[in-house]
Write a protein that binds this ligand. Structure first.
Ligand SMILES: O=C(O)CCC(=O)C(=O)O
Ligand SMILES: [Fe+2]
Length: 364
């Protein structure tokens, strides 16, 4: 698919959160104040520092030895029981992570007029601003976002690649190439946890779609009333998230019906299973609902890379993963069609996945 399969999308104007914050309002504007049921519980969500699995990638390249086997088991458990894990020793140059982080932060610190040169254009899901805002009465996230398409090349909108700060675009390019390699490697390992050939996903995905969303969450005087990012699952196959060094806790995942905070580990990436992998594995590896919360004094930056099959790919449960005990739970559909569906609906937990669910037959 040459361009975003999204046209037209009618986004409605939104308030720029950094600008709002500058005015230091004593009350939070109504459009950001969540209904009681949606408000985050802060401080009470247990941080579970050692339960979201940590995968040491340096142990996954060594071939057939005990370390490799035990790390593969850990990866299987992470995908099956958590849908989220952190990777350490991923091999990406730490100075590249630091410079990416710094330049992205510098971008958000530019004056609004400068950032607005790259504003989301109607009909695209790339640029500066909040996507997923479709009505005047929809609650807004306490966040500014900047999204860019990276691969395939035809998806790029060159006028949205900023000239300021200097080196931004070339650094994002280098970063995205490295993160792409990481995604490929992780998917090879994940394929093997499913007893599939290592190159199974690589072959199926074609020229994989890769996009970036940079999220900047200014501090908020009332973090108990707002959400940084609404609950959602990602439409991708895999998502790779970098959190700024020294970030406060912000990411929470819904685990056994409780919101659990993910503690940032310096230099690690947070990886999560997206909807596409859920469908392909016939629900064996599930995408997990997650959200971001804000902090009273500290800002937070995160950089999410979404990695997904090409838009032409036909998706459905992999036949090897469907049998009598695991009947087919999702219908077959075109990935471009799903992306369009995902991007034209507000973020609402895992609701977009209903698009592909097959009605389960009631036992007679
Ligand atoms: O900022 C975060 O931790 C979450 C970001 C996220 O979930 C996303 O961009 O899809
Ligand atoms: Fe997400």
């Amino acid at each position: 698919m040459a361009h975003d399969p999204i046209s037209p999308i009618n986004l409605v104007p939104f308030d720029d959160v950094q600008e709002l914050r500058k005015a230091k309002p004593t009350t939070i504007p109504e459009r950001f104040v969540r209904d009681m049921t949606e408000r985050p519980t802060l401080g009470t969500a247990s941080p579970f520092p050692d339960t979201v699995p940590i995968i040491d990638l340096s142990r996954l390249v060594k071939g057939n030895n005990d370390e490799y086997e035990s790390e593969m088991l850990q990866l299987t458990r992470a995908c099956e029981e958590w849908g989220f894990f952190q990777v350490i020793n991923h091999g990406i140059d730490l100075s590249l992570l630091e410079s990416t982080e710094k330049l992205v932060k510098d971008f958000f610190m530019l004056p609004l007029e400068e950032k607005q040169k790259y504003a989301i254009v109607q009909g695209a899901v790339q640029g500066y601003g909040q996507a997923f805002v479709f009505s005047e009465d929809q609650k807004l996230d306490w966040c500014n976002m900047f999204a860019l398409g990276f691969r395939p090349h035809s998806r790029r909108i060159p006028k949205l690649w900023p000239s300021k700060p200097p080196k931004f675009s070339e650094t994002i390019e280098l970063y995205s190439v490295e993160v792409r390699k990481l995604c490929k490697h992780l998917l090879e390992c994940i394929a093997m946890t499913l007893n599939l050939r290592a190159d199974f996903f690589e072959e199926m995905f074609g020229v994989a779609v890769q996009g970036l969303r940079m999220n900047y969450y200014p501090p908020c005087a009332r973090p108990d009333l707002v959400l940084g990012l609404s609950p959602h699952s990602d439409g991708s196959a895999l998502t790779v998230l970098q959190q700024e060094r020294g970030s406060p806790v912000g990411l929470q995942i819904l685990k056994d019906n409780k919101w659990v905070s993910i503690q940032p580990i310096p230099n690690a990436f947070v990886i999560n299973v997206g909807d596409t992998l859920e469908v392909l594995t016939n629900g064996k590896y599930k995408s997990i609902e997650h959200r971001a919360v804000t902090h009273k004094e500290k800002d937070r930056l995160s950089i999410a890379t979404f990695y997904a099959p090409s838009y032409e790919t036909e998706l459905g449960p992999i036949p090897e993963l469907v049998d009598e005990n695991n009947p087919c739970k999702y219908r077959t559909y075109n990935h471009g069609e799903y992306s369009k569906h995902y991007l034209t609906n507000k973020l609402q937990g895992k609701k977009t996945l209903d698009f592909t669910k097959v009605e389960s037959k009631k036992p007679t």
